[in-house]
Design a protein around this ligand. Structure first.
Ligand code: FPP
Length: 242
């Protein structure tokens, strides 16, 4: 049985299709998606989960039509401005991973404010992945370490997994135990590829705007039925057939 569940990460997918099915603009799906995110955050915190990461905007999402991108940015800013009081009340600590410097200045400011106001909170650690891409994150860590190596600050033998981990944007947060992706797509889409090495994956057919706390609980219950072996086996000694 899976022993513990400390970190759930979610690829919130399907907002656009949900809206299109209703003959509404894609932005309508994002508005509903943000409401769902709010509910899941509260529920995860109440359930005693320690870490929740939500993939809100990928490095590739910048390629979407400008109107959709700017709408999403305004939605993020509004979410942070409106919900920070709730995050404080619910003892949630907020942080962000991704190329934050690429976000509009007003969104960066909203992020800084929410981070500052929640930094001492001890409940759920909520991370938004914004302008986040795993390849970019890994490349940036490699460049950083290469620079240290060049300057003689680190020896080749010191570059261990945990040293590498400490150069990732997720440093200090445990790897996700469970990654959920909604909308029926079965891929990671440049999300936490290093950190997901031994994550359990759950692909839900439900579109994100329809995802409920019940779906979330179902994913977690399913996780608890899995056996995580991390490449090992429970079998101690077995006769060889060869
Ligand atoms: C994927 O659906 C969703 C996104 C790219 C944005 C995720 C954003 C939200 C859920 C809303 C913002 C959240 C907060 C908390 C402010 P899609 O547009 O790719 O859908 P599709 O695959 O059906 O086109």
């Amino acid at each position: 049985m899976a022993a513990r569940l400390e970190h759930v990460a979610i690829i919130m997918d399907g907002n656009g299709r949900w809206a299109q099915q209703k003959n509404k603009p894609r932005t309508f799906g994002h508005i509903k998606g943000a409401r769902v995110a709010k509910k899941i955050i509260t529920h995860a915190g109440n359930s005693g989960l320690k870490n929740l990461t939500l993939y809100a905007f990928s490095t590739e999402n910048w390629l979407r039509p400008q109107t959709e991108v700017s709408f999403l940015m305004r939605l993020m800013k509004r979410y942070l401005q409106k919900e920070t009081a709730t995050l404080i009340k619910e003892n949630v600590r907020f942080s962000v991973i991704g190329e934050v410097e690429k976000l509009p200045k007003d969104v960066q400011l909203a992020i800084q404010t929410t981070k500052k106001l929640t930094e001492k909170n001890t409940g759920l650690h909520l991370t938004f992945a914004m302008s986040y891409g795993s390849r970019q994150e890994i490349l940036s860590a490699v460049k950083n370490i290469a620079e240290k190596f060049k300057n003689g600050e680190v020896d080749k033998n010191q570059i261990t997994e945990s040293y590498f981990n400490s150069h990732l944007m997720t440093s200090g947060t445990p790897d996700p135990d469970l990654i959920i992706r909604t909308s029926g797509e079965s891929r990671l889409s440049n999300f936490m590829m290093w950190q997901a090495s031994y994550s359990e994956l759950y692909f839900s057919a439900t579109l994100w705007p329809d995802f409920t706390t019940k779906h979330f609980d179902h994913c977690c219950q399913n996780y608890f039925q899995r056996e995580r072996r991390f490449g090992g086996t429970k079998i101690k000694n077995e006769e060889s057939f060869i």
